[in-house]
Design a protein around this ligand. Structure first.
Ligand code: DQA
Length: 152
């Protein structure tokens, strides 16, 4: 089982960017945490970050051929991007939306997500652990039977 983690704009600045909101972990720390979590789940993970909407669309289209699902932190594009929503719908791979911060405890414009409606679920507010939880959630979802029961 293979999952792609998609990191949107400004997440390359993690560790230096508004540390009171996003903490001190870098994107490399996030990717290391994902790799370690994936190993424990006997899954594989790859990561991609871009500040450009079209590059994120291209990555989703191309990665879909080799992955079973996605963990997506689209950053601010979460709240604006119909193109990312459409890309994820087009490739028809399940995904979990994740956020480091609790977007629902922040400004109102962060309460709307164009991605959440088609997601398996949303993890928001657990810092770097949001990614670990999101990866675990998508892997368990993918391993679940069609009737929702866990396949062990
Ligand atoms: C974020 C929340 C978004 O509102 C914001 O634009 C980000 C990061 C998060 O991980 O908490 O860039 O997705």
């Amino acid at each position: 089982m293979r999952v792609a983690a998609v990191h949107g704009p400004n997440l390359n600045l993690l560790g230096r960017r508004e540390p009171d909101v996003y903490g001190h972990h870098t994107l490399a720390d996030v990717d290391a945490a994902l790799t370690e979590t994936a190993r424990g789940l006997e899954a594989e993970v790859e990561s991609f970050q871009s500040n450009h909407e079209g590059e994120l669309v291209d990555f989703i289209q191309q990665a879909a051929a080799r992955v079973d699902g996605f963990v997506v932190n689209a950053g601010a594009y979460t709240h604006t991007s119909i193109a990312l929503r459409d890309a994820l719908a087009a490739v028809a791979r399940p995904y979990v939306e994740v956020h480091i911060s609790n977007v629902f405890a922040r400004e109102r414009f962060r309460h709307r997500s164009y991605l959440a409606g088609n997601a398996v679920g949303v993890v928001s507010g657990f810092g770097v652990n949001s990614y670990r939880l999101g990866l675990r959630a998508i892997v368990e979802h993918l391993r679940a039977g069609e009737d929702g029961e866990r396949v062990r």
